[in-house]
Design a protein around this ligand. Sequence first.
Ligand SMILES: NC(=O)c1ccc[n+]([C@@H]2O[C@H](COP(=O)([O-])OP(=O)(O)OC[C@H]3O[C@@H](n4cnc5c(N)ncnc54)[C@H](O)[C@@H]3O)[C@@H](O)[C@H]2O)c1
Length: 413
Amino acid sequence: MAATSAATLPVRSSISFGPKTGAFPKYHNPSAVKVGSRATMASFCGLKALSSVSCESEYSFLGKESSASLEHAFASNVTKEDMGLNHLLQPQASFKVAILGAAGGIGQPLALLIKMSPLVSTLHLYDIANVKGVAADLSHCNTPSEVLDFTGTSELANSLKGVDVVVIPAGVPRKPGMTRDDLFNINANIVKSLMEAVADNCPGAFIHIISNPVNSTVPIAAEVLKQKGVYDPKKLFGVTTLDVVRANTFVAKKKNLRLIDVDVPVVGGHAGITILPLLSKTRPSINLSDEEVEELTFRIQNAGTEVVEAKAGAGSATLSMAYAAARFVESSLRALDGDGDVYECSYVQSDLTELPFFASRVKLGRKGVEALIHSDLQGLTEHEQKALEALKPELKASIEKGIAFVQKQAVAA
Ligand SMILES: NC(=O)c1ccc[n+]([C@@H]2O[C@H](COP(=O)([O-])OP(=O)(O)OC[C@H]3O[C@@H](n4cnc5c(N)ncnc54)[C@H](O)[C@@H]3O)[C@@H](O)[C@H]2O)c1
């Protein structure tokens, strides 16, 4: 983010991350979010010459309310400056977010994006190694939140105390040739042990699971929470936002639409054929040939492999994942902050199908999932209906594998 000195820097790319997402009515008819305050943008980017900054961004992944909060925060900041007073930027809400696995490929850019949220007062970064430097680096960004680092299991409990949202990207990423299920044994153990600490220290928090295979790690997390007697299905989320972000991008490019206008619900799970983009429910409404549906569906389902292969052994999707996870965190914080208009796709405990966990659009509220959007599974095309039936056995097996993993360990113990 090279925005520290250029007085006339166009800040669009520094602050505008994409569409305002998550708000269901706007899903149908996205309304512009003007982040037009010079002070807002300038302060956030650290620009010195406030008056020469222009911003035409209509949308921010931070969302309308957050952007408005930012605008307010920085507008008042400028007033104080003008008055010659010392100032300290204050967040507009005081939520605490923890990232477990914060020194990793996803964790670092995710921490940076969350550090930019005006809704966060404290950001806890936990990892088994290398997190001190990440926190020191981030703490120099002049955005409101405080950054604290926690290293190793002896500091895990403290990293979770009082946290409102805990995000878990800890684990091993996919290497070329590996499927998500190959990761199972390593990541299942990591998620299980982290969830035990979450259950003990912040059982009321929103829990966002990124570690793959999400189709199994979410059921693992649920089992751990059940065993500890603190399971609240409304607050446990598998992060599938990247599937939506990719679907939106690929469809917009294919149909030559403005990226910010496109929204595709993605349901099912988060691996291969369990990822089901409901292209017939794309907003705005589009016409796709059968070939285009096949091609887009395949690309959305295999986009992770595209990145794994392009990185050739150096990891899986990290930047786009961080972007997607930051969007989901921001949506959760807006819901916690009382916004009654927040919708996202997520892999959650569900009764939409016969499977106990299923990704769909959900309405988020202060207490977590307020509603599942049943209408998304109604009026499917023949292709979508077939794909839905085809994904169920694989998703069911992944769910059962996760549950069995925790139950076996409990029996052995
Ligand atoms: N949900 C999604 O859409 C999605 C997308 C991409 C990647 N992923 C998954 O996210 C995970 C992380 O990917 P990455 O690229 O950041 O990997 P990475 O190896 O770069 O980072 C993982 C981090 O986790 C840390 N870690 C390992 N064990 C830990 C433990 N017990 N406690 C705390 N931290 C621990 C590591 O030290 C490392 O810093 C992988 O499982 C990957 O498959 C999910």
